[in-house]
Design a protein around this ligand. Structure first.
Ligand SMILES: [Zn+2]
Ligand SMILES: [Zn+2]
Length: 132
C-alpha cells in the first residue's frame, strides 16, 4: 500500500518535472542536453536529445543518428566522445597547468532559429577535455 502511494507520487513528480524540463528559448541542443545531464543525470539513452527534438524540432529525425555518429550513444557520451567546450571557455588548473572544464557551464550562445538542432559556438567537435 505504502509502496503504491510512493510510486504514484513518484509518477506524479516525473510528470510535473517533465513539463518544466524544456529547453530555454534559443538554447541549443548541446547546452540543453549538458544542462539536463548535469541536473538529472544520463539514463544511458539519448533521452534528453530526443526530448529536445520532440519539443523544438520534431522534423529533425536524424538528430539522434547524428549524435551516434560522433560516439554519442547516450546523452553523456555526446560529451565524452563527440563535443567539448571551445578553448575560450576552459579554465586553467593552477596545479596541473592544464585546461579543464569550468565548474559551471558557460551560458548558451544561442541559436538563431528555434528549430535548429546545431550546437551553438560554445561547443567544438572533439573539444577537450571531456566535460561530464
Ligand atoms: Zn550516458
Ligand atoms: Zn548552446
Amino acid at each position: 500500500m505504502v509502496a503504491q502511494v510512493v510510486r504514484d507520487a513518484e509518477e506524479y513528480l516525473r510528470r510535473v518535472a517533465g513539463e518544466v524540463m524544456a529547453p530555454y528559448p534559443q538554447e541549443c541542443v548541446l547546452c540543453y542536453v549538458a544542462r539536463m545531464v548535469e541536473e538529472h543525470d544520463c539514463d544511458s539513452t539519448l533521452r534528453w536529445t530526443t526530448r529536445f527534438r520532440e519539443l523544438r524540432s520534431p522534423l529533425a529525425s536524424g538528430l539522434e543518428e547524428r549524435m551516434r555518429s560522433v560516439g554519442g550513444f547516450c546523452d553523456c557520451e555526446i560529451f565524452a566522445n563527440g563535443y567539448g567546450l571551445a578553448r575560450e571557455h576552459l579554465v586553467r588548473d593552477l596545479d596541473s597547468d592544464e585546461l579543464e572544464a569550468p565548474e559551471r557551464l558557460p551560458p548558451c550562445a544561442g541559436v538563431r532559429q528555434m528549430d535548429s538542432t546545431r550546437p551553438c559556438g560554445v561547443w567544438v567537435r572533439g573539444g577537450e577535455p571531456p566535460l561530464l
